[in-house]
Write a protein that binds this ligand. Sequence first.
Ligand code: HEC
Ligand code: HEC
Length: 305
Amino acid sequence: MSTFWSGWIIVLTLTNLVLLFWLLMANRKRAVNTNDNGEAKTTGHEYDGIEEYDNPLPRWWFGLFLATFIFAAGYLFAFPGLGSWKGYFGWTSANQLEAEHAEAKATYDETFGEFAKMPIDQLAKNPEAMKMGSRLFLNNCAVCHGSDASGNFGFPNLTDKDWLYGGEPDRIKETIVLGRQGAMPAWGALLGEANVGNVVEFVLQGAGKEHDAAKAELGKAIFATNCAACHGADGKGNHLVGAPNLTDDVWLYGAATPEELGSTLRQTVRNGRAGVMPAHAETLKAERIHLLSAYVYSLSQDEAK
Ligand code: HEC
Ligand code: HEC
């Protein structure tokens, strides 16, 4: 702002204040005007029988007026308002924001830094840390895993003890940092539909579900040849490649009803699956990932699932 306009605004503002003050004082009355009979005089204005008195302002009201002048003078001295005068305290909204940021960051760094030094299994028992972890989870993970972390079709439940990649603190952290890519090959073309059906009956048998025993018998050899490498000879899965345990009743790609389970499993085996857990190394700071790892670890610890 040029000096001229700054000066112009200062003069305008101050003149206004002075004039208003003068107006207030010039019109000030102290005593009630009375007529010869000692009654309060009116201005002579009348409307519908209502007359206007000519009395002084109530004292408190006059006091309020004065207070606004004092406030205005104080404000214009302390804060920006008069042209380019920056105010006695040099306040700006930008540096207030900066100060608040710095304060928030300091407390954050302090708590996160303190938590970052604690081992994950210990951190998982710290209620304050878990409250922060839960908030981080809601912001970063709940879109896929659900706000209660119980997962959904294609998104694993993180509250049970059934792990694709392992539930040890360091494995969980590695999952979050690096991300994971499930790679279940498609077998439709290789095996043909009949054998896809047979191997699925074998999987259903292993999981203790209703199955066709004759087909399962045929599927057994197919499983040993094609599937055991990843899912294990016993079908219990492999944390190194994220191959799920097929012998429990926990399904990553499950079905709404038991009747539909067979057809969903056939679809998985026929077409393959490729679940992607995004890497968070770039998007989340190390201390936050540490806290999140502890939070995820804590979810499967409280209940004996
Ligand atoms: C875009 C969706 C998405 C987001 C966001 C996401 N995940 Fe995942 N997550 C997945 C999928 C899909 C898998 C399973 C990967 C697979 O099928 O191999 C997975 C797997 C995992 C696993 C491994 C589970 C197991 O059984 O081994 C953990 C732990 C995990 N996520 C934690 C998190 C955390 C913590 C966050 C938040 C920082 C997060 N995820 C954010 C989709 C997501
Ligand atoms: C190269 C390793 C590999 C081989 C070989 C393999 N799988 Fe998989 N399978 C996986 C992985 C990894 C997943 C998880 C996919 C994901 O996370 O999206 C999976 C998922 C599945 C699922 C879904 C489980 C669930 O919880 O929903 C079934 C069923 C399955 N495989 C059956 C088979 C059968 C039957 C064969 C043999 C014909 C087979 N797999 C061969 C790696 C393999």
